[in-house]
Design a protein around this ligand. Sequence first.
Ligand code: RRO
Length: 274
Amino acid sequence: MNQFILQGRNSNLIFKNKILNASGCWCTTKKELKDLENSNCGGIVSKSCLFEKYEGNPQPRIYLSENVSLNSVGLANEGFKFYDSLKFSKPYIISIGVKDIELTFQMLKIIKHDFIELNISCPNINKPILGYDPDSLDDFLERLFLICDKNIGLKLPPYFDNSLLEKIANIINKYPLTYICCVNGIPNGLILDKNFNNVIKPNDGIGGIGGSYIKPFGLANVKKFNRLVKCPIIGCGGIKNKKDIEEYFSVGASLVQIGTELMIKGPKIFDELF
Ligand code: RRO
């Protein structure tokens, strides 16, 4: 049985299989989200949204290749009310981009949907990444759980320093989080073409790195967090095939998300994976 039940604080999500899209991949427009509904993915995560619709960074802003991707989309999204208005025939999680803390609290007060993934790891917002700042993250979560009874997952950045990872794990254990998802893209990557030109336009060509290159970091982060936190973990980073998925399950992931490979192959990728 491939089913997984994600236990929330007052309701559960029942996934028919354990493979979801990664937020940001094939999940910004209504058509893309419908494509996911009609595919063999077990659940849907929306593009990280902000209070208002936002067009994001100039194009080209995504580079895809067999083993590595680079993006600086810059939180292009339709605004949180759009994502909150949609209903699907499979589990649906709305991702919120935590860019401005006060606006995030406002969204959480208004939003009706019950399962939220808070993205505290966007590599492209030109602000400190909240997931790399344990004191600010602790303050944020303390405030959040005073006002919010929703089911909250956290999308984490990849950690490269053990003491920081352990501090973050201790903070996670202080709060009734529904899950964590490890990992978002690695920030501050640069890829040049054969003429030494940037392959994406925004931010001097610099953005978040995904794809196979980051799988070793995703796996290690899941393995370490699995030894330290109480909540379930969604594994993400560089998954291309069933073996990659089994690797994430073997180090403690309960569910997985597919990013770069979904962007390359489209939602038919789920037919190969599930
Ligand atoms: O929109 C983006 O540029 C973006 C986001 Br919010 C994120 O979380 N991760 C990423 O690679 N790109």
